[in-house]
Structures are given as structure tokens and as C-alpha cells.
Design a protein around this ligand. Structure first.
Ligand code: SF4
Length: 322
């Protein structure tokens, strides 16, 4: 779900900043975002020649950025594809229905605005005080699939980013008992569409900065007064806290999602454990039983050198793999 980048404009136009430096940083950010989206498109085959890509534009920072980056890549891409922006006006109270059409017309972006009052349905079905986002998103998805069929879209592009992917991974791990997340490319649950996430490699904080720089006319997603799911909020806070305490941890976990080792997990559908046999040669990635800890070896060797106290020689020092 997109959220409003309340801090983004402040980042972009802080008074007293050297304008040349700010422009340099803005260009660097734009280039990085284009490169990351281009890489995701290439790595996962997200867009092919002749595609008609329907960009779901909610009015949040992520979907604005997605549309903007895809439009700029379209002008440079070696293959031809179309981009059509689609917004669903769900009739939440206070939704400024004129903002998106005005923005899209001013930029000359082909678009379609669909109006369907899913808000009343959600209000009727969900008891007061409970979070409405899950049902709201499900109804929205149904409408968007229908529209994708009507306009002949071959891909449905969503604005989920790297941090959404990580949060979903942990939600599934903690509460769903599954190792899975929202992938960059997947067939829709009705089997009829291909859903893509070209922002898969992009960090949320970069999108917030970009939205500020580009001055996108953000529409908040909580006009209806609902809050995102408590579990998602908790996981997001946990990840932010980790990143603050251990910079680089998110990067490492994210990279791990693309380096799955089925023989070192426990899914019998992915790896045939019954067929494991001894081999006449050493195996790269085979079990070490006891992993040698090279940091510990170095530390012991250095302690020995400085103190003269005897300690087991490094090859005997091992710790159990945890
Ligand atoms: S905040 Fe409101 S509009 Fe946004 S997904 Fe949740 S229920 Fe729907």
C-alpha cells in the first residue's frame, strides 16, 4: 500500500542547501532508480516488446514514481512498449478525484480513471474499528483485473518496492509459516494476467526522496481512516529498527531471497533428500558438520602471539554451525 511521503518535500527543498549539490544528488538518484528498475526488468523479464503495461496509480509516492520511471525508460528502451495509467476511485470520503486526471493530462499520459464505490461495500462488511485494508485491496484488485482485460493490458504493474518485499517475507515467515514474498513477476490469482513489480530493487526511502524532488501531487491512502494491518506495521518497524542498528542487514536479507539453496533447507518438494548419497570427491556446499570460524582462529592466534599463553592451534578450533 502506498503511503504519503510527508518528509519527502523537506528533503528535496531544504533551505540553505547548495542548489548545485542538490541538483547533482537529484540526478544521481534519478539515474539510480532508472538503473534499478531497468535491472529488475532485465533480470526477471518483466517487460517484453509489444507489451501494453497497465500502471496502477493510487496517488501514493510509489505508484507515481513507478509511472514516471517507466515513462522515462520507455523513451530509451531498445524494445517498444506502451504505458497506460489506471486509477480506481473507490469513493473514499475526501478523495480528491480531480488530482490524478489533472496530473496525467498535463503530462500527456494515456490513462483511464475508473469509479467504483468499493468503500461502501467495505464499510458494510467490516465491523467498526477493524482494519479494512485487506478487503479493500482485494476488491480493488478485482476491479483492476477487469479493467486490464478491457484495455488489453499484457502486464499489470504495481508499485511495491524492496521494503514491501522484505516486510511481506517476514510476515509470511512469522505468521504464515511459509518462505515466500511478493515476487517481481507472478501470474494473477485469477490466472489471467501477469502482475509485475518493477520497483522490486528500489528502497522505499529513495522513492520518498524522489517523490519530493518530482513534487508528485500525493493523495494519502488513509483518507478512509483505516490503518494498515497491525502485523505489517510491527514488521515494518522491526525492519527499520534493524537497519538503524545494523546497517546493511536489509541488503543482506534481500540478496538472500535471490540465493536460495534447497539442499540446505527442509522442503522435500524442492530437494530429494532420500536420494542423497556419498560421493568419491569433495562437494562444494556439502555439510561441514563443524564450521571453521576464521575470525575466531585469527583472534586466538593473535592472543597467543601477544600473551604467550597456550591455546589449541587454529585447526582444532571450531564452532557448531548455527
Ligand atoms: S487505507 Fe483505506 S483506502 Fe487504503 S487500502 Fe486501507 S481501506 Fe483501502
Amino acid at each position: 500500500m502506498d503511503s504519503a511521503p510527508h518528509d519527502a518535500k523537506a528533503t528535496a527543498a531544504s533551505p540553505g542547501r547548495d542548489p548545485r549539490k542538490a541538483e547533482f544528488e537529484a540526478n544521481k538518484l534519478k539515474k539510480r532508480l532508472r538503473r534499478q528498475v531497468g535491472e529488475a526488468i532485465g533480470h526477471f523479464g518483466l517487460i517484453e516488446a509489444g507489451d501494453r503495461v497497465m500502471v496502477c496509480l493510487s496517488g501514493g509516492k510509489d505508484s507515481y514514481a513507478l509511472l514516471d520511471i517507466l515513462l522515462s525508460l520507455k523513451d530509451r528502451a531498445p524494445v517498444g512498449f506502451e504505458v497506460i495509467a489506471v486509477n480506481l476511485d473507490q469513493k473514499q470520503p475526501g478523495f480528491p478525484a480531480d488530482v490524478l486526471p489533472r496530473y496525467l493530462e498535463a503530462r500527456g499520459v494515456p490513462h483511464r480513471i475508473v469509479t467504483q464505490d468499493t468503500y461502501s461495500v467495505v464499510k458494510r462488511v467490516i465491523r467498526d474499528g477493524a482494519t479494512m485494508c485487506s478487503l479493500c485491496s482485494r476488491l480493488r484488485r478485482g476491479v483492476l483485473y477487469r479493467v486490464a482485460g478491457e484495455i488489453g493490458a499484457t502486464k499489470i504493474a504495481l508499485g511495491h518496492h524492496r521494503d514491501d518485499i522484505l516486510a511481506t517475507f517476514f510476515l509470511n515467515l512469522f505468521f504464515g509459516g511459509k518462505l515466500k514474498t511478493m515476487p517481481p513477476k507472478l501470474v494473477s490469482d485469477d490466472g489471467k494476467h501477469i502482475v509485475i513489480r518493477p520497483l522490486a530493487y528500489v528502497r522505499e526511502r529513495d522513492l520518498a526522496r524522489y517523490a519530493g524532488l518530482m513534487e508528485f501531487p500525493i493523495i494519502p491512502c488513509n483518507l478512509c481512516g483505516s490503518q494498515e494491518h497491525l502485523q505489517r506495521r510491527q514488521v515494518t518497524l522491526m525492519l527499520r529498527e534493524w537497519e538503524k542498528k545494523y546497517p546493511g542487514r536489509m541488503e543482506s536479507i534481500f540478496n538472500a531471497l535471490a540465493k536460495v539453496v534447497p539442499s540446505h533447507l527442509m522442503d522435500r518438494n524442492l530437494f530429494d533428500f532420500a536420494a542423497v548419497r556419498t560421493l568419491p570427491h569433495a562437494v562444494d556446499g556439502g555439510d561441514l558438520a563443524f564450521d571453521v570460524d576464521s575470525d575466531l582462529e585469527r583472534a586466538v592466534a593473535s592472543a597467543q602471539a601477544h600473551t604467550g599463553v597456550d591455546a589449541p592451534s587454529p585447526p582444532h578450533i571450531a564452532i557448531r554451525h548455527r
